[in-house]
Each structure stands twice: as structure tokens, then as C-alpha cells.
Design a protein around this ligand. Structure first.
Ligand SMILES: NC(=O)C1=CN([C@@H]2O[C@H](COP(=O)(O)OP(=O)(O)OC[C@H]3O[C@@H](n4cnc5c(N)ncnc54)[C@H](O)[C@@H]3O)[C@@H](O)[C@H]2O)C=CC1
Ligand SMILES: O=C(O)[C@@H]1CCC=N1
Length: 271
């Protein structure tokens, strides 16, 4: 974790806060971290917090505010970003070219797309950097992200909005599904609290089984669905005219479109 040297977080809300929690619990020295957040509110013992960027230059600056704040925040942080600084952005949508315009002196710029389960080391982090997978900064960024969960480089920045929809937003879609599973059971007569517990434990168990199994999820579904049995009757509803697949694809498409809109807004705001 010391690979990142002096680490500054610009913004420390839900997402950057989840990343920081995991970094600290996996051994990052809090004295190496500076959080800059408008409220100046404390974050964690030993982590310096400032309402505005202090003097100095970090080795790695993580942009953790909303994409809509880029135009306002960038001029405050840019003077602290030099050729020895790696800039990492978790801003949904916002492209490398926009970030490069806002931080012309940065030594390297990498986009990272995490999700909230990184807080417990069970997240996903998609990465895309300016210099391609072999750029020297990439090893530093990959080492920093490693404790957060599954870390993979994305081959094409044009796909980053899809990664954001699938993995960045994905937990929200799955939380909805857990609720829907419980609500479905409750609608058919189970006590709502018991239905909610069963739904959560079922999703947790199924995900863990799928993660450990050699067979793909489709084969695991077949193992549950006995011929002529009740699971088959339920799957027929999910599969009718590709109902579930179409719903999920439309969901990801809507989120992907919104990421592209935020990218455009950030381009316009920083032009
Ligand atoms: N919430 C999520 O699950 C995910 C969020 N993201 C990205 O993470 C970023 C942050 O999202 P959240 O954590 O959900 O939002 P949030 O609203 O919880 O946190 C943003 C933080 O930025 C701070 N901030 C605002 N203006 C600032 C400035 N000028 N300088 C420094 N800090 C400033 C705010 O005080 C706030 O605490 C967004 O760009 C989003 O696209 C990416 C993946 C997943
Ligand atoms: O909703 C958002 O815009 C961000 C991107 C991925 C998750 N949250």
C-alpha cells in the first residue's frame, strides 16, 4: 500500500469513503492519507482532513466528487498536481481527455470504476489508463486497488460507461432484486421480515456458490430446476420472450446512456 506514497482524496463521500475504509482496514498508514472535503469533517483516526487543498503535491490524487463538480473542483486541485502525481478519477462518465484538459500537468491519469462492496474487499474495480496497460503508473494504481476486490483493466475507454453501469451501479440493481424477491414472498403470504431474511440469504448463498462453482450460472440454474418441477415453472416466467434478459439490458442501457450524458456535460463544463 505504500506504493501510492502520499495519497490525497478529493471528496470522501459514499464511494471514496468505502475505498478508504478498505484501504485502512487492509493496512494503509492513515498518516499517508489526506482528505480534502468542503465540510472538513473528520474521516478516520490519523487521517488528515482539510476543507481546501493544503500546500504540497500528492503522489496520487483520487478524484472522489460528483462529475458535476469537476469544473468547480479542478482549478483548486490542478496546482497541486505535477509530473510526479498520478491522478485517479472515479467520476462516472468523465473521459480521460476531459481529465487531461483539467489536469494538464499530471504525470499519469487513470480512470477507476469501483463499486460500494469494495468497503469489504468484495468489490469490482475497472481501470483504464492513458498509457495503456504497460504504463508505469498502472502498477502503482493496480497495487492500490488490489485489496478492494476484483481489479481488471478495460481494453477500450468507449466501454467504460458499460462497466460503470454493470459493476458501478450493479450493486443498486441487485439490492433492488433482493428486495423484490422478499416482497414477492411477502405478497404470497410470508411474514415480510422473514421473507426479507430468506431473500438476502438466498442471494448471498447463490452468489457464493456461483463464485466457487466450476459450472456457469446457467448450468447451476439447471441443477435447481428439476424437469417438470416448480423452479422450471418460475424460470418460464423470467425467460418468457427473454423477459429478464430484456429488462436487465434495458436497465444497463439506460445507465450507460446517462454516463455518456454526464461525460458530455463534463466536456462542456471544462471546455
Ligand atoms: N456511489 C457509488 O456507488 C459510486 C460512485 N462513483 C463515483 O464516485 C463519485 C462520488 O460519488 P458518491 O460517493 O456516491 O457521492 P457523495 O455525494 O457521497 O460524495 C461526494 C463527495 O464529494 C465532496 N465534494 C463536493 N465538492 C467537492 C470539492 N469541490 N472538492 C472536494 N470534495 C468535494 C462532497 O462533500 C461529498 O462528500 C462520483 O463521481 C460517482 O460517479 C463511482 C462508482 C460507484
Ligand atoms: O449513479 C452514479 O452516477 C454512480 C455511477 C456508478 C454508481 N454510482
Amino acid at each position: 500500500m505504500s506504493a501510492a506514497g502520499r495519497l490525497w482524496l478529493a471528496g470522501c463521500g459514499t464511494m471514496a469513503g468505502a475505498m478508504l475504509r478498505r484501504w485502512l482496514s487492509s493496512g494503509l498508514d492513515p498518516a499517508a492519507v489526506t482528505v480534502v472535503r468542503p465540510s472538513g469533517r473528520p474521516v478516520a483516526p490519523g487521517v488528515a482532513v482539510h476543507a481546501a487543498p493544503p500546500a504540497g503535491t500528492p503522489d496520487l490524487l483520487l478524484l472522489g466528487f460528483k462529475p458535476q463538480k469537476l469544473a468547480e473542483a479542478a482549478p483548486r486541485f490542478a496546482p497541486h498536481v505535477g509530473p510526479d502525481t498520478i491522478l485517479v478519477s472515479i467520476l462516472a462518465g468523465v473521459e480521460l481527455a476531459t481529465l487531461r484538459r483539467a489536469f494538464p500537468a499530471a504525470g499519469a491519469i487513470v480512470r477507476a470504476m469501483p463499486n460500494t462492496p469494495v468497503a469489504i474487499g468484495e468489490g469490482v474495480v475497472g481501470l483504464f489508463g492513458e498509457g495503456g496497460p504497460e504504463a508505469p503508473a498502472n502498477a502503482t494504481v493496480a497495487a492500490l486497488m488490489a485489496p478492494l476486490g476484483l481489479v481488471e483493466w478495460i481494453a477500450d475507454e468507449a466501454l467504460f460507461d458499460v462497466v460503470t453501469a454493470l459493476a458501478g451501479s450493479g450493486p443498486a440493481f441487485l439490492f433492488r432484486f433482493i428486495d423484490a424477491l422478499g416482497a414477492g414472498g411477502a405478497a404470497l403470504g410470508l411474514a415480510p421480515d422473514q421473507a426479507a431474511r430468506f431473500a438476502l440469504a438466498t442471494v448471498q448463498g447463490a452468489a457464493q456458490l456461483a463464485a466457487r462453482a466450476e459450472a456457469p450460472p446457467a448450468a447451476l440454474a439447471e441443477q435447481v430446476a428439476s424437469p417438470g418441477g416448480s423452479t422450471r415453472a418460475g424460470l418460464a416466467v423470467l425467460d418468457e420472450a427473454g423477459a429478464l434478459a430484456r429488462l436487465v439490458e434495458a436497465t444497463l442501457a439506460a445507465a450507460t446512456r446517462r454516463n455518456a450524458e454526464m461525460a458530455q456535460a463534463a466536456r462542456d463544463a471544462t471546455a
